[in-house]
Design a binder for this molecule. Structure first.
Ligand SMILES: [Zn+2]
Ligand SMILES: [Zn+2]
Ligand SMILES: [Zn+2]
Length: 152
């Protein structure tokens, strides 16, 4: 395992195969639209705004509603193909990290690039919560990635 500064990126084929397996396990059919969605996320392993995905899908399907796109994305998140977050009240999705060893993300608000953060703030927080039963936590950092920051 290497300690690069970018997210653990798997080949598009690997991500596609994994997504197909998850679909099958969950009893979802592999429709043309789902295949197209999987291709988008496998080929570019960053965060996409739901609206950005809808623009792409509806280019060939002018009658498709945003709700349908969103339902598909949400289903994919439910079965573990995608992970989701939100920024400025916009839902964003990316292909799920795997193996999902504990880590956090820096997310570029401009291009959606993800940089993994391997430090966990819970290491400092737990001592203030003695006696509490912690179930989960979230920590995400939003900003401009080095490339977008440089482009100004
Ligand atoms: Zn990750
Ligand atoms: Zn960026
Ligand atoms: Zn953590």
């Amino acid at each position: 395992m290497t300690h690069s500064h970018s997210e653990t990126v798997h080949s598009p084929d690997e991500m596609t195969q994994r997504a197909y397996e998850l679909l099958k396990e969950s009893g979802f059919k592999l429709t043309k639209k789902r295949r197209e969605l999987i291709d988008i996320f496998s080929n570019d392993q960053r965060y996409f705004k739901a609206t950005e995905i809808h623009e792409r899908l509806s280019a060939d399907r002018p009658t498709m509603s945003y709700n349908t796109t969103y339902r598909n994305l949400y289903d994919f998140a439910e079965i573990g193909i995608l992970e989701m977050t939100e920024y400025n009240q916009e839902q964003m999705f990316k292909v799920s990290c795997f193996p999902n060893t504990h880590h956090h993300h820096f997310i570029c608000t401009q291009c959606g690039k993800v940089i993994p953060i391997h430090a966990c703030p819970m290491d400092q927080v737990e001592s203030d919560l003695s006696g509490a039963e912690i179930q989960s936590h979230r920590f995400e950092v939003f900003g401009l990635c080095p490339q977008c920051a440089q482009a100004g």
